[in-house]
Design a protein around this ligand. Sequence first.
Ligand code: RTP
Ligand code: MG
Length: 140
Amino acid sequence: MAIERTLSIIKPDATRRNLTGKINAKFEDAGLRIVAQKRIHLSPAQAGKFYEVHKDRPFYGELVEFMASEPVVVQVLEGENAIAKNREVMGATNPANADAGTIRKEFALSVGENSVHGSDAPETAKEEIAFFFSGLELVG
Ligand code: RTP
Ligand code: MG
């Protein structure tokens, strides 16, 4: 199986509650290595650009406001099948539908404030990693 990299974001609802360490433990326990990580506070314009793909969805305004409300931790996770594995560890978008033991089941507050983001495909992973990190910041 191929070694992949994926972009992960620990969202404001989780950084606010000091859950970064607990969430990182879930990634590491699943065999994902954190090869880059930084804490940043997105501007509304930056959050809007990152989630541009959702700009016509009814929740877009709320999502952008939430993502810019408080700091986030952006990170690159590396491992075998990292994109799918990360999404498995995250759980379903709506925590009510997430499996036991997943990050969203344990920590998410709602479908919007759902603690983590993870890239959904190789092409988006590449674009999202480049959105936040330069090659020099990726330490495999
Ligand atoms: P993400 O992109 O954050 O990893 O989450 P996802 O793939 O599971 O979900 P996606 O459909 O891409 O939606 C992106 C984020 O928008 C918020 N959302 N709110 N109020 C709502 O109905 C609603 N639906 C989605 C969530 O924060 C979701 O993670
Ligand atoms: Mg998504």
